[in-house]
Each structure stands twice: as structure tokens, then as C-alpha cells.
Write a protein that binds this ligand. Structure first.
Ligand code: BG6
Length: 485
């Protein structure tokens, strides 16, 4: 099956932080892949803006290297890369000073192309950038700005950031990225739920026993120790990525697949989340192993009490979900890289077969990464004579196999999201009130840990996290799904 590529309108994209890690690994290689796919019109321009004293040629060389390293090896040989590089220029800009702003304004003034500014910089610079864009006449009502997580570190800072951006931009111009929403399979959650009649009638506490959301990573904190130690898994993963997954799984069907309707429904879920009791949450921190240093060595603080793992039981107080627990789990240095959502349905309330009641139940697993696909556990008769014995077997669908080669190689999350910015489609971006509501729910949990002087439980690298996480489910008579892709 050949995937359709619909070109976007020609654009000017200014990347503040254009020489940074995110630009190098994701944004620039992603733009190149969209160029190769024919989605980025050739008259578009990409302007790197950062403090480095580069000229256009230096920047083009920087981008060429980034593409060779992270571009997926496509089309570098046949002149496509050279043609793409011609679309690139660079302006040295000081976010906090005057340098570079007049030159940047001169470069893009008079252009009638779609205009977007990517703030690929720390949030402390958002206000300065917004102010300078305004002063130099670049922040007109048609432009868009793209901002990255972390969007604040608590409700107060998120509110302050929202207020700062709101001084110069309307909410309809602000694209807050949560790259999980750009993942093909995360969008598939909505397609599976709302594109099939089969699931939605059963999608409630009457039929669903519980739901598990696991985002397990096998890597540790790597070179990001300084940032990570101030955040921890709660701020780095739960407040945003896991919260978004929870919203997509739990929300009411939006009236339309449009930004207002989808984001309204997600917001209602976040606002209906119960506060989390301390005994319904487990924090962990990975220990050293033969494969690498423990968390504290990795971040260079022998006393760090930041968590690299969180497991929690979450309730949603609304008509659909009251009584159905959601178990969330994420961690670094776990046994495998595996992100999936599992919906465990209730046992049938009566069985005509001679079986242990409750032994067989349907389980729907949506695998987000790797091996993207869906598995539905169904109960059938064990083959052969000797009576009606039941067994559970998987109806297994791999998206890559089902969609063939082209469908199996979808755009990376950043590619999709940047193209959505150019199209002016905010559906897959977080609205300001959503981010604030997520912090309002997260803050008391973190404050509780701080007040109690909570210390995370150590766990072995390449494990499924601290034993307390298994015990939390065992107390409810449940078990976690294996962490295996
Ligand atoms: C980022 C977090 O937002 O998501 C990282 O800051 C994490 O700590 C990453 O590793 C996970 O993303 P992915 O796409 O690899 O699942």
C-alpha cells in the first residue's frame, strides 16, 4: 500500500536553537525526509538561528552532517541533499541581546509564505524570543510558534509561560509539542477506538476490568543527567506522554476530529482524574549493573532522590470509568524498550463450559513501539477430542505486515508534527489549559514526596522495576503485563 503525500504550502521556518541537539537529531533530518518525500515545497526556506558564529555555508555543512548521521541514509547520493541544503540559511542571533534581529527581520520581511518559529531552546528564553519577534515586526497574527517540553516544571511555571507567550501570540498560534502525539501508532489509538464499531460499546467500566499503560525504556539517563535529575520520571514522562496516552484511551468520542473537539475531550479526562493516594504510587531508581552505572553515578549525585521509574494506580471519576483502575508505569533502564496499552476486559458473568470462572478473558493490546500492532486475545476450543477445553490465543496484527513496505515506514513524530504546524492543524498539540490541568494533577503528588522526604526504591537494571510495583497490582489481584516487545 503506497502512503499518500500531500504537499504543504511553501513556508519559512526559523529554528531558534538551530544548532542544538534536537535540531540536529530530529528537526533537520525530519525536514529533509519530508523534502525527499515531496511534501516540502522546494521554494520553502529553513533559517537556522542560534548564537554560533556560522555563515550559511557553515550551517549547510552542519546540517549535511546531521542528515548523514540521523537522516536514515535516504537520497544523500543523488543530488537531493544538495538541493535541500540550498533551502537553508543561517543568522547568528542573540535571544537576550540585539545581535542578529535586524538581519533576521530583513531576511523574512516581505515574504508571503507561511511563517513558523520553532523555539528549540530552554523555556527561560521563550519570553525573550517572543518579545524580540514582536519588537522587530515578525510576530504578525499569521505566524506560528512551536514550543517544546518541558512546558514548565509545575503549575505555577506553566501558567507563567502561558502568560508570557500570550502577551504576543494568540492560543491558535501556539503549537506545544508532545512528540508522543506525533507517533503514528498513538494516532492509531484514536483510529482503533473511533473507526471501529466493535470496541466502543465495550469501552467502559461495565466491561473493562482495568487498563495498563507501560512506557518502558532500556536506556538510562545517558548524557542528560543534569536535566533529568531536576525532573524525574514524573515530570519527564508521566505529566506529558503518559497523560496524553491516558487521555486518548479514556476520552469520550469527540464530535469531530478537529483541534477544539479533541482537546476539549482530553481536558475533561485530566480534570476527572482522582488524586493519587501515596500507597497507589511506587517510585524507583535504577542501580548499577555490568551494563552501566547506576542512576546516582549517571547524574553525579550520590544522594539523589529523583525517580527514574514510576508506577501508579489512577482512577477517573466520571460516568464511563468510575471503578476501572488505570495502571501507569514508566522507567528507564528496564528490561526492554516496550510501550504498550493493554485493555483487560472483565470475565463473562456466566460460563456454559466447565472452566474455572474468570480464567478466560479478552485482552486487547495496542503495541506503540517497537513492533507496532494490535493483539486481541480470544478464547477458543483446544483442538482435539476429550471434551470442551478452552484456551486463549492471540489474534495478532503487525501494522508493518498489514500495511506492506510503504505503510510500514511512516514519518517520524517530528516530521508529522512540523508538517501539521505548517498546515495550521493543532489537533496533535497540547493546548495551554491541558498542560495546566496536567500539572495541577501532578503537583500534589510531587509535593507529597517532597514533604514526606520520600526516597525511591532501588531496582536492578534490566528489570521490570522495584518489586513494590508488582505488589501494588498483586494487592488488587492483578499482574503487570510482561515488558517485552
Ligand atoms: C522524552 C523524554 O520526552 O521522551 C526522554 O524526555 C525519553 O527521557 C523520550 O527518553 C522517550 O521518547 P521515545 O520516542 O524514544 O519513546
Amino acid at each position: 500500500m503506497v502512503s499518500r503525500v500531500i504537499p504543504v504550502d511553501p513556508f519559512d521556518l526559523v529554528i531558534f536553537g538551530g544548532t542544538g541537539d534536537l535540531a540536529r537529531r530530529k528537526i533537520l533530518p525530519g525536514l529533509f525526509r519530508r523534502y525527499c518525500a515531496g511534501q516540502m515545497p522546494p521554494e520553502s526556506r529553513i533559517i537556522g538561528a542560534a548564537r554560533s558564529d556560522f555563515d550559511d555555508a557553515d550551517y549547510q555543512e552542519f546540517v549535511a552532517e546531521a542528515i548523514r548521521e540521523f537522516g536514515g541514509g535516504r537520497a544523500c547520493e543523488d543530488g537531493t541533499l544538495e538541493a535541500f541544503l540550498e533551502r537553508l540559511s543561517y543568522v547568528p542571533v542573540d535571544a537576550r541581546g540585539e545581535a542578529g534581529w535586524t538581519e533576521l527581520a530583513a531576511l523574512i520581511s516581505g515574504s508571503t509564505l507561511v511563517r513558523a518559529f520553532y523555539f528549540s531552546v530552554g523555556p527561560s528564553l521563550f519570553g525573550d524570543l517572543a518579545e524580540r519577534l514582536h519588537q522587530h515586526g515578525m510576530a504578525d497574527e499569521h505566524c506560528r510558534i512551536v514550543v517544546e517540553k518541558p512546558f514548565g516544571r509545575d503549575l505555577k511555571t506553566a501558567e507563567a509561560l502561558n502568560a508570557t507567550l500570550a502577551e504576543h501570540f494568540d492560543e491558535s498560534q501556539i503549537y506545544r509539542i508532545d512528540h508522543y502525539l506525533g507517533k503514528e501508532t498513538v494516532q492509531n489509538l484514536m483510529a482503533v477506538r473511533f473507526g471501529n464499531l466493535l470496541f466502543e460499546p465495550l469501552w467502559n467500566s461495565q466491561y473493562v476490568d482495568h487498563i495498563q499503560i507501560t512506557v518502558a525504556e532500556s536506556v538510562g539517563v545517558g548524557g542528560r543527567g543534569e536535566y533529568y535529575d531536576k525532573s524525574g520520571a514524573m515530570r519527564d514522562m508521566v505529566q506529558n506522554h503518559l497523560m496524553q496516552l491516558l487521555c486518548l484511551i479514556a476520552m469520550e468520542p469527540p464530535s469531530k476530529f478537529d483541534p477544539g473537539a479533541v482537546r476539549d475531550e482530553k481536558l475533561k479526562v485530566i480534570r476527572a482524574l482522582d488524586p493519587v493516594e501515596p500507597h497507589h504510587i511506587v517510585r524507583g531508581q535504577y542501580s548499577a549493573s555490568d551494563d552501566g552505572p547506576g542512576y546516582r553515578d549517571a547524574v553525579g549525585d550520590p544522594r539523589s532522590t529523583t525517580e527514574s521509574f514510576v508506577a501508579m494506580k489512577v482512577g477517573i471519576s466520571n460516568w464511563r470509568w468510575a471503578g476501572t483502575p488505570f495502571y501507569l508505569r514508566t522507567g528507564k533502564r528496564m528490561v526492554d524498550r516496550c510501550s504498550e496499552i493493554t485493555v483487560v476486559f472483565k470475565a463473562r458473568n456466566h460460563s456454559i463450559f466447565d472452566e474455572v470462572q474468570g480464567q478466560h478473558r479478552n485482552v486487547l493490546t495496542i503495541r506503540l513501539q517497537p513492533n507496532e500492532g494490535i493483539t486481541l486475545g480470544v478464547t477458543i476450543k483446544e483442538p482435539g477430542p476429550g471434551g470442551m477445553r478452552l484456551i486463549d490465543v492471540p489474534l495478532d496484527m503487525s501494522f508493518a505486515e498489514a500495511l506492506g513496505e510503504d505503510g510500514g515506514d511512516p514519518p517520524d513524530a517530528y516530521e508529522r508534527l512540523i508538517m501539521d504546524v505548517i498546515r495550521g492543524n493543532q489537533t496533535l498539540f497540547m493546548r495551554g489549559d491541558e498542560v495546566e490541568a496536567a500539572w495541577a494533577w501532578t503537583d500534589p503528588i510531587i509535593e507529597g514526596w517532597n514533604k514526606r522526604g520520600d526516597v525511591p526504591k532501588p531496582y536492578d537494571s534490566a528489570s521490570t522495576g522495584p518489586g513494590d510495583s508488582d505488589q501494588m497490582l498483586a494487592r488488587d489481584g492483578r499482574t503487570w503485563r510482561p515488558v517485552s516487545p
